[in-house]
Design a protein. Structure first.
Length: 134
């Protein structure tokens, strides 16, 4: 058992969306920084949710390394949970721009790996989902 024995690559979820009036948006994705306040020592639901979401992404990345068949990967629970997370993030980003969610809204997600002490780019993409309806 090893606990933080070395610095490794970090998988990050990137999301984009499209609707009928606008084309595809830019890719949205980052590892959110934790907000620290004194009350968070007692009650910290937002950071706990962010950690749980990142854990889902890391679990999908681990499943991806074991399963090399994209069709089989779509049946994994981790893939389905990350799809739901990506849909939620796409809807939040869409609403943040002040747009109304219509029936033609679509989204897509990518899993990118940030190398140690590096940055994520389109070259570091390890998984791209098909276009999905929101």
């Amino acid at each position: 058992w090893r606990f933080y024995h070395r610095v490794g690559a970090l998988p990050v979820l990137y999301v984009r969306f499209a609707d009928q009036t606008q084309g595809w948006s830019e890719w949205y994705g980052s590892v959110p920084r934790a907000q620290r306040r004194a009350i968070h020592f007692v009650h910290n639901p937002n950071n706990n949710l962010a950690l749980a979401n990142q854990n889902l992404v890391e679990h999908l990345f681990a499943d991806l390394q074991e399963c090399h068949d994209a069709q089989a990967l779509r049946q994994y629970v981790s893939y389905r949970l990350v799809t739901a997370l990506a849909k939620d993030r796409a809807l939040q980003a869409h609403a943040a721009l002040g747009r109304v969610v219509g029936p033609a809204l679509q989204f897509q997600f990518e899993l990118r790996v940030i190398p140690p002490y590096g940055i994520a780019s389109s070259d570091t993409t390890v998984l791209t989902s098909p276009v999905l309806p929101a």
